[in-house]
Write a protein that binds this ligand. Structure first.
Ligand code: 7TS
Length: 403
């Protein structure tokens, strides 16, 4: 059994002071801190077996290739994918969604076809579709929100027609911390024979994901939000789609043979992994997921949900508090009266507390809510109830100054 104290000891960055106060890191939805084993894994690559992968007959290259491919298996098992070659390494959720927009879009979509997204998407799940709209003339349909800020499933059902070709929605909202009814969303889309891409950037770190059980066609995630380094991410895709889709980037690794007249492409997953992969990042991602497994994602989820519930209860006692949505995950977004979120963020920073303020890369959602931004506190496995108390005291201080 691990305690939160044991977990915290594994994260060297947490032991520091900021502005003379112990660091209270509550910006985990932006990125999580890294345990020592992940930091060590990166160092181990460069001190003992660094070599380019998939191409060397020599020892180091074989060790590096084996470590990278073993991390692919770890990812496959972590998200419940049926096959290893359905795991494509990318730079993160943003690149994974861009890959699908380009490769799926340019293989299967034509002018007038429709892609459904929702009103609460991160810009990463909006702009790639707008770029595709500019290139080939698709149309975007938006699932609206109910008054409680959840996805309006009745409106979603009505938006399907014979031109609908793809649904792309977030599993968990990065702003509201709410979990969308993703299984229902997928089932409805599949009843119209429409595939679904799930933006799992905010779900993978916090809840058990099983892409097979969900029957997701595509699933995108970012390593850095789940205790791994920046610059590495994953696209899961069902084999039948990945096989049929044209490649995304061209270059080394993704080819079988190249002639000036014609090039043939490599098998999955390499067809979508052009160039030298970030094998160090991949190996460290594998280590991060092993670390999560060693604690247990269900245990992490229960801990974070308890912290979120406690934070919501405490926040609600503050006068003029406005909490957006009904957070059931690991983040809570709020405003107090007409105090600007950046003012609250600045006071909190002086107290050593890191939160995110602003539009959180979800400007259409801010427009929808009629606000410029929010203050967001987001939790990870290493956060404590005491840190929530420090946050609440900090907010009370900001209210005194600006309220
Ligand atoms: N989708 C969602 C739901 C996200 O929360 C984010 C990042 C992304 C996509 C993009 O992920 P990336 O790793 O490719 O950048 N969200 C946030 C956030 O809420 N604060 O900083 C980054």
């Amino acid at each position: 059994m691990f305690t939160t104290d044991d977990i915290r000891k594994e994260f060297p960055i947490l032991a520091q002071q900021v502005h003379g106060k112990p660091l209270v890191y509550l910006d985990n939805a932006a990125t999580t801190q890294k345990p020592q084993c992940v930091i060590d894994a990166i160092s181990e690559v460069y001190t003992t077996y660094n070599a380019n992968v998939h191409r060397g007959v020599h020892h180091l290259s074989q060790v590096a290739t084996e470590a990278m491919e073993s991390a692919r298996t770890t990812v496959q098992q972590f998200i419940g994918a049926e096959q290893r070659h359905e795991i494509i390494f990318t730079r993160g959720t943003t690149e994974s969604i861009n890959l699908v927009a380009s490769s799926f879009g340019e293989t299967f979509l034509k002018s007038g076809d429709e892609v459904i997204i929702s009103a609460l998407e991160h810009h990463s799940n909006i702009v790639p579709w707008q770029l595709l709209r500019d290139r080939i003339g698709i149309e975007l349909r938006i699932i609206p929100l109910t008054e409680e800020c959840s996805l309006d499933l009745e409106a979603y059902r009505r938006v399907f027609n014979e031109r609908t070709k793809l649904v792309s929605v977030a599993h968990v909202s990065n702003v509201l911390g709410i979990t969308n009814p993703i299984k229902e969303i997928i089932d409805i889309a599949h009843s119209h024979d429409v595939p679904v891409l799930i933006d799992g950037a905010q779900s993978t770190p916090h809840i058990k994901v099983d892409v097979k059980e969900l029957d997701a066609d595509f699933f995108a995630l970012s390593g850095h939000k789940v205790y791994a380094p920046t610059g590495i991410g994953v696209l899961y895709g069902k084999e039948k789609w990945l096989e049929a889709m044209r490649p995304y980037h061209g270059g080394g690794e993704m080819i079988k043979s190249v002639r000036f007249e014609k090039t043939t492409y490599n098998e999955l997953p390499y067809k979508f992994e052009a160039g030298t992969p970030d094998y160090t990042g991949i190996i460290a991602l594998g280590k991060a997921l092993e670390w999560v497994n060693s604690i247990g994602i269900e245990k992490i989820a229960a801990h974070e949900h308890a912290l979120t519930r406690y934070a919501v209860e405490q926040l609600q006692r503050i006068e003029k508090m406005r909490i957006f949505g009904n957070p059931d995950g690991a983040a809570v977004s709020f405003l107090i009266g007409d105090i600007h979120p950046a003012d609250i963020g600045t006071i909190l920073d002086h107290l050593g507390i890191a939160v995110r303020t602003g539009h959180h890369c979800a400007q259409p959602l801010m427009d929808y809510l009629g606000i410029p931004g929010t203050v967001r506190a987001s939790f990870a496995a290493y956060n404590t109830k005491e840190e929530v108390d420090i946050l609440i005291k900090g907010i009370q201080r900001a209210v005194k100054m600006f309220g």
